[in-house]
Design a protein around this ligand. Structure first.
Ligand SMILES: Cc1ncc(C[n+]2csc(CCOP(=O)(O)OP(=O)(O)O)c2C)c(N)n1
Ligand SMILES: [Mg+2]
Length: 689
């Protein structure tokens, strides 16, 4: 065990962080000062004494990851980024929560250097931390498989600070249970046990022994009490440092350190009160705090020169020391592993493997569910795209998310009769934990590999926030949602999505892709793998649909990159009717076209697998595809919301604006009028005959 080198400048730097948090909230008039004040020593310890990070290169590959799951306490991170020299200055702290600042209300990935993930929705940060820890192990096994665990340049620790709210949220339980199953020894979570949330004392809502719960999950659990001996907290920092070192030494389990604190301490009058959770403190109390800490009560945003010089130099020195070692080890790794280095260079350059096109299957005409096609595509891509991995929330066989023949990403002791563990396993098992799956995917996809996760589309509701956060954070997570309509059949309305596709289209920056057939699925995966700055949703059928005979009257699937395209042209080349359909309803549109054409109505069928991609097309393309003079009919087995935008106010919209029922899929399609006959009827009505 090493001794914590802690001196008076460290104490003054922690105090600087505390008063800066108070000043920042006071200036803008809103925010969350209390916890930023009381957890300042914890965050300072991590940034200045524990973590391997490089303020000069915040995205350095070898860095430890820091997740502030208590995102409301963003000043906890901003003040440390300022002290360590990540680019934030006092002026940035003075612009806290204001337009255009680098210090938004909650930490945002990609917005502020040093912020590893967007947090604020409580509990989610815990799932991100678990995802980062899984990603670290995966990256080591992918790029440096011969290294002893813990000794690769890709190994690093993940530190997470969480609070009462995180512990109350279900997503943290999901993720923490999985973290223990995965034996994530590189994950260290520090719980700010202040027993205060917005409604005050958590006695009203949180009764269990949280540490005991983590022990039951299988975590290594320790406790440090900061409230004991509050006036000499330096010795407590010593204790926490020792606990962190003990946690680092436990490599077969994640570590949980409960730190009991008093919110807002050392505020002289308001410490311990929920009043300081989410409101400015008031000038008098802040002045009293500064006086208590030996600072000038008349000054704001004032940090002594020797303090900032010390913290910046300390962070830079520590970075230089760990960089010197790591850079040499990295060079040695690169020299010894040319294939791994080439793969690393490719993924860092966001290039697709040269073998991708050849590996993609081409499906013959016939019948195949789009979920089955997706499973075949993934299996076919396994060798060509080694950075791709994924799985399901216990629906692997239904979601077709398994790359055939590939082992599972599981510790050796976690194999089963059905699943074989391997260090670089490609198959993920999330358990029935959709929300955590989403958060884990977001963390993984902000790193070097690409991961997807599947469940039934109807349960996308259980994981609504992760695609939103992925879109906000420009992370290319891939959400595979199968069983995409009343086509689910007998399981009934609880399992039949109707509003889901439309509601997912509302999330800005999420591409919602609903392929019509197997070849659109193959093309979709190719396009998805080429997207690196936003998430995608792949919406797939349970039931078989027609695989169109591409090249024989049907346009190539590569046309789908435009979002919507002419799948079958009107016999005259000038359509009187254009039918626009997505997914399983495209074959219905094709059947309707035959009848309409037989009746002398020139009819075009447009497959529209991705309305976001279509929206990005030039106006001329849209005007040519859906010409003003033609009657238009849309058909999609879900709510019709949004389709007027595509077919116009005069267009006819066929859909299902109510819940489904427990019956055979075919019966439901007929009963609800999602049929070719109905399309013909609407088309004729639109033409006025
Ligand atoms: C999912 C979610 N629900 C609600 C909120 C609103 N909220 C922000 S902070 C907070 C209380 C958090 O309590 P705790 O984690 O104990 O933080 P502390 O008061 O100790 O700073 C709540 C309910 C949120 N940010 N995320
Ligand atoms: Mg709390």
């Amino acid at each position: 065990m090493s001794t914590l080198n802690w001196n008076d400048l460290d104490r003054r730097a922690v105090d600087a962080a505390r008063v800066l948090a108070a000043d920042a909230v006071e200036k803008v008039g809103n925010g969350h000062p209390g916890t930023a004040i009381s957890v300042a020593p914890i965050a300072y310890l991590l940034y200045q004494k524990v973590m391997n990070v490089d303020p000069a290169e915040p995205t350095w590959l070898g860095r430890d990851r820091f997740v502030l799951s208590i995102g409301h306490s963003s000043l906890t991170q901003y003040t440390e980024l300022y002290l360590a020299g990540f680019g934030l200055e006092l002026a940035d702290l003075a612009q806290f929560r204001t337009w255009g600042s680098r210090t938004p209300g909650h930490p945002e990935f990609g917005h502020t250097a040093g912020v590893e993930c967007t947090t604020g929705p409580l509990g989610a940060g815990v799932s991100n931390a678990v995802g980062f820890a899984m990603a670290a192990r995966k990256e080591r096994e992918l790029f440096d498989p011969s290294a002893t665990p813990g000794e690769s340049v890709f190994d690093h620790f993940v530190y997470c600070i969480c609070g009462d709210g995180d512990m109350e949220e279900g997503i943290s339980s999901e993720a923490s249970s999985l973290a223990a199953t995965q034996q994530l020894g590189n994950l260290i979570m520090i719980y700010d046990d202040n027993r205060i949330s917005i409604e005050g004392d958590t006695v009203i809502a949180l009764a269990e022994d949280v540490a005991a719960r983590y022990a039951a999950y299988g975590w290594h659990v320790q406790a440090v009490d900061f409230t004991n001996g509050l006036t000499t907290y330096e010795e407590k920092v010593d204790e926490l440092y020792a606990a962190i070192e003990a946690a680092q030494a436990v490599t077969d389990r994640p570590s949980f350190i409960k730190v009991t604190t008093v919110i807002g301490w050392p505020l002289p009058n308001l410490a311990g009160s929920e009043k300081v959770h989410g409101a400015k403190i008031g000038a008098t109390e802040i002045a009293a705090l500064k006086t208590r800490l030996g600072l000038d009560p008349a000054k704001s945003f004032d940090v002594a020169d020797d303090v900032i010089a010390y913290t910046r130099a300390n962070a830079a020195d520590r970075a230089a020391a760990c960089r010197a070692t790591w850079d040499a080890r990295f060079a040695a790794w690169a020299a010894a592993n040319p294939a791994g280095k080439a793969l690393l260079d490719r993924v860092l350059a966001r290039e697709l493997p040269a073998e991708l096109d050849a590996a993609l299957p081409v499906f013959p005409a016939g019948q195949k569910s789009t979920r089955a096609a997706s499973g075949e595509v993934l299996s076919a891509l396994a060798d060509a795209v080694p950075e791709l991995w994924g799985g399901s929330a216990d629906l692997a066989g239904s979601n077709n998310t398994t790359m055939k023949g590939q082992p599972s990403f599981l510790p050796a002791s976690r194999g089963s009769a059905d699943w074989h563990p391997a260090p670089n396993g490609r198959v993920l098992h999330f358990g029935i934990r959709e929300h955590a799956m989403g958060g884990i995917l977001n963390a993984i996809n902000s790193g070097l590999t690409r991961a997807y996760g599947g469940t039934f589309l109807v349960f996308s509701d259980y994981m609504r926030t992760p695609p939103r956060i992925a879109a906000l954070s420009h992370i290319p997570s891939v959400f595979v949602w199968t069983h995409d309509s009343v086509g689910v059949g007998e399981d009934g309305p609880t399992h039949q999505p109707v509003e889901h596709v439309a509601s997912l289209r509302l999330i800005p920056g999420l591409d919602v892709i609903r392929p019509a057939d197997a070849n659109e699925v193959a093309e979709a995966w190719k396009l998805i793998l080429g997207i690196h700055d936003h998430p995608t949703a792949l919406i797939l059928t349970r039931q078989d649909v027609t695989t169109f005979d591409r090249g024989h009257g049907f346009a190539p699937a590569s046309e789908m990159a435009k979002g919507a395209y002419c799948l079958v042209e009107a016999s005259t080349g000038t359509p009187a009717v254009v039918i626009v359909a997505t997914g399983s309803e495209v074959e219905i549109a094709v059947a309707a076209r035959e009848t309409l054409e037989a009746g002398g109505v020139p009819t075009r069928v447009v497959s529209a697998p991705c309305l976001e991609w279509y929206a990005a097309q030039p106006a001329e393309y849209k005007a040519a595809l859906l010409p003003a003079g033609a009657a238009k009919v849309s058909i999609e087995a879900g709510v019709t919301y949004g389709w007027s935008e595509i077919v116009g106010s005069e267009g006819r919209k066929i859909g299902i604006d109510h819940f489904g029922a427990s019956a055979a899929a075919g019966t439901l399609y007929t009963e609800y009028g999602v049929t070719w006959a109905r399309v013909v009827e609407e088309a004729k009505a639109a033409l006025g005959n």
